[in-house]
Design a protein around this ligand. Structure first.
Ligand code: ATP
Length: 298
């Protein structure tokens, strides 16, 4: 079984500055790091580090950033299908950080939004029944709906992480087998919290719902009822990327055991996310392949 993550990829450029600039100010800063990012890329990397054969489908521009993205991806074990889009620039996140831990982030999504449905569906061409398709909220409504309905007709399992939130998500819920969303997304989409949000999404046609609750753990809601799983003990350094790590490991844990997401998948995901929140950064903070093998075997 293989996973096809169809989402976004970006370069994360982090700059250290003394204080966030006031409107109209010019300030000095230092470039602290440049790394791969984007929710689609993050989740694909976690799935592949878990040992799932993973294809990442993402749009890039025809520019230098796309070359840097392609080179950086060679360090991971996934299969990249980068789709060049002439009308867009490769996506980037500019992260401004100050010594007191504040940050401000500017993210572009012109490449992700321009991913054309025909190109995305072509990338799904060799997916077969039982394979997993993973989507987030960065693509256009038209492309997201086209992928989901094609996935349904091919007998693929669909997983959706509705982030960043978009106004049209209600229109795709009936195509989702597994939804993974955090507390804020759950409340915004349903007007309810925790298991109540899960029950709302089941009524809208989602098969299984996982709501993550930060340090309070998570809850899995399905036709069989609700199961709460506490967060694993962690020393908090930086929680960025916890949700992407959790999503990738929960899906991988179930897939590698040939089941749908269950309590064990959530426990594995919680242990992996606890590692991530104990380290600085996003992809650098995700557990490496050996750590994930240990977590998934425990
Ligand atoms: P982010 O946007 O920071 O990537 P998120 O908002 O999508 O994360 P959260 O619900 O904050 O998702 O966290 C996902 C999972 O990460 C939680 O269910 C939990 O397992 C783990 N986690 C997050 N914060 C903590 C914490 N303080 N202690 C232990 N585990 C945590």
């Amino acid at each position: 079984m293989r996973a096809f993550v169809i989402g976004n990829i970006a370069l994360d450029e982090t700059y250290s500055i003394a204080a966030l600039p006031a409107a109209g100010a010019s300030i000095f800063g230092e470039q602290a790091s440049r790394s791969l990012g984007g929710k689609g890329c993050n989740q694909a990397i976690v799935l592949s580090r878990c040992g799932v054969e993973t294809t990442l489908v993402a749009a890039v521009g025809r520019d230098d950033r796309a070359i840097a993205i392609g080179k950086a991806l060679t360090r991971e074990r996934l299969t990249p299908k980068l789709i060049p889009v002439a009308s867009a620039t490769s996506d980037i996140s500019i992260i401004l950080t100050t010594p007191d831990g504040e940050n401000s982030i500017i993210t572009t999504r012109s490449a992700a939004a321009a991913l054309d449905k025909d190109a995305a569906m072509e990338a799904l061409g060799d997916a077969v029944s039982g394979d997993l398709v993973v989507l987030q909220g960065n693509l256009s409504e038209e492309t997201t709906l086209a992928i989901l309905s094609a996935a349904r007709s091919k007998g693929l399992t669909t997983a959706f992480n509705p982030s960043p939130l978009q106004s049209w998500f209600a229109s795709v819920l009936a195509f989702i087998d597994i939804a993974v969303l955090n507390r804020i997304e759950a409340e915004a989409l349903t007007g309810e919290s925790g298991a109540g949000a899960g029950a709302f999404l089941l009524r809208a046609g989602v098969g299984r719902v996982i709501v993550t609750l930060g340090g309070q753990g998570c809850v899995l809601v399905s036709a069989d009822g609700a199961i709460e799983v506490p967060a694993a003990p962690a020393t908090i350094v930086d929680t960025t990327g916890a949700g992407d790590c959790f999503t990738g490991v929960a899906l991988a844990s179930a897939m590698l055991r040939g089941v749908t997401v269950d309590a064990r998948a959530l426990e594995d995901a919680s242990r992996a996310a606890a590692v991530t929140v104990g380290r600085r950064g996003t992809q650098d903070a995700f557990p490496c392949r050996d750590e994930l093998v240990t977590i998934l075997r425990a």
